[in-house]
Design a protein around this ligand. Structure first.
Ligand code: HAM
Length: 445
């Protein structure tokens, strides 16, 4: 059946705009994207992580289990396929990687260090740093129980921030522990599951709502227990872990969750990473985290969004009926990565160069020889374009220059006759004359 819905009326013109909240990548954007991806790949591989990938389509059930209400109910792109299956465009990679590991649990050697650069789809209100499709580096380590996993994962994230051009004083790594949140809700304040859940959601929103709304929501959750509400607010307003602990009962100061936060901070400090702070309100919206959670923030008010987010999720494999498997990882988006590169490194040196050399035949009858020369260069890995236009030779050279091509070789009747070629470097105007047989030696690095 013909699809009439999207067929424009005779005189209607289709818009050239992409769909709301997604981007077209023109070659100059692709050059920046490639720069970001190569920072990501080089850093992950430096730590021995292997790349994997998967389809953008997943069964919707995969996200219902543990991705968290906001993501599943408000942000996913869902559809029913022709076979009545419910399908979701992946909004994150963690459930996919957990599914892949669970499927081959016995064959995969542990620890497994994996990374991927998927495109993800979230129905969000497009704004600076947040779009409806983004690319996200995912780095995850499976099979390590100790906090060395958290320390390694945060170390990788730190290295990437430095590679974007930031100094350690430009950004902050914020840490919390889901176990500590649970301990406080359950053991310290004896909140039931529903109240604890509401409290985490309010804490998650704290930065986005005003203080008054926050305080009244907390008081509402504690209802008649106004003293406890007060204690809770004092905890939340602490400036550091010491002050935070001072508001807790004695036995909580030595709780496993507090020890873990301290150990991760100390481990990072040993590696020279000191821009780490304890953040008692850091919740992370996703339900599967079980231990340390972290986010990295640029301190520049222009890029206020989180750059990295991750944590430990030891239970996620159990949704596939598998036994638990320790897992720690993070996601880092390309939208904010580009903003950071722009702010801290500049994007001007990300030149989009299509070729290393342009061959410019002076007349049409010089083209066959130009093609031979181009083939010779390409066979040796030199990126070579030929200008087939009828433009004057001066314009051909100017065009090559505008395309950031570093060198040109002009080919006229004389060059065809004697095989003597002139390589011109466009930035300096410097010319080198060479025999065709020696040509390649001028293109060796
Ligand atoms: P997330 O916090 O939802 O975590 O996203 C991680 C990062 O992806 C954010 O810090 C941000 O840089 C980027 N990001 C998220 N949503 C958008 C968006 N709509 N537009 C642009 N960038 C965005 C996760 O997705 C977890 N699955 C990460 C993880 C991996 N945890 C363990 N392993």
């Amino acid at each position: 059946m013909a699809d009439t819905q999207n067929t424009p009326e005779k005189h209607d013109k289709l818009s050239t705009e992409p769909y709301k909240g997604v981007r077209d990548f023109y070659p100059e954007d692709m050059a920046i994207q490639k720069r970001i991806f190569s920072i990501w790949r080089d850093t992950a591989e430096k730590y021995g992580y292997e790349e994997y990938s998967a389809s953008v389509l997943e069964p919707s059930a995969l996200y219902r289990a543990k991705s968290g209400e906001e993501l599943v109910n408000e942000q996913t792109y869902n559809f029913t396929d022709r076979g009545e299956r419910e399908v979701t465009l992946r909004p994150e990679m963690t459930p996919t990687v957990a599914r892949m590991i669970a499927a081959r649990r016995r064959d995969i050697m542990m620890p497994a260090r994996w990374y991927s650069i998927p495109n993800l789809f979230r129905y969000e209100q497009p704004q600076r740093g947040r779009l409806r499709e983004h690319w996200q580096l995912n780095v995850d380590i499976f099979g390590v129980t100790s906090l060395n996993a958290e320390i390694e994962i945060i170390n990788i994230a730190y290295d990437i921030m430095i590679a974007y051009g930031l100094k350690n004083t430009d950004f902050e790594i914020r840490l919390n522990n889901r176990k500590l949140v649970n301990h406080i809700n359950k053991d310290v304040f004896a909140l039931d599951q529903d109240a604890a859940h509401k409290l985490s959601k309010i804490l998650d929103k704290k930065a986005k709502i005003n203080e008054e709304t926050f305080v009244s929501s907390v008081k509402e959750i504690f209802a008649e227990r106004s003293e406890d509400a007060k204690k809770f607010l004092a905890l939340i307003n602490s400036n550091n872990i010491e002050e935070f602990i001072s508001h807790l009962p004695q036995c909580s100061a030595n709780h496993e969750s507090v020890r873990e936060v301290r150990e991760v901070m100390a481990g990072l400090e040993r590696l020279g990473i000191t821009n780490v702070s304890f953040a008692q309100t850091l919740m992370r919206g996703l339900d599967y985290y079980t231990g340390i959670v972290f986010e990295i923030f640029d301190l520049n008010p222009e890029n206020r969004r989180s750059v990295f987010g991750g944590g430990r999720y030891d239970d996620l494999l159990s949704i596939f009926g598998n036994e638990k498997l320790p897992a720690v990882g993070f996601g880092a988006g390309d939208v904010i990565a580009r903003d950071l590169l722009e702010t801290y490194s500049g994007l001007n040196d990300t030149k989009n160069t299509s070729a290393d050399v342009a061959i410019c035949p002076i007349n049409e009858n010089n083209t066959p020889y130009a093609l031979d020369i181009a083939e010779k260069l390409r066979d040796s890995g030199v990126r070579t374009v030929i200008d087939f236009s009828n433009k004057k030779i001066g314009d051909k050279i100017a065009n090559a220059n505008r395309r950031n091509i570093a060198r040109v070789i002009c080919i006229g009747d004389e060059e065809v006759a004697n095989g003597k070629l002139t390589i011109k470097v466009l930035s300096s105007g410097e010319e080198t004359i060479t025999n065709e047989s020696d040509l390649l030696s001028h293109f060796k690095e």
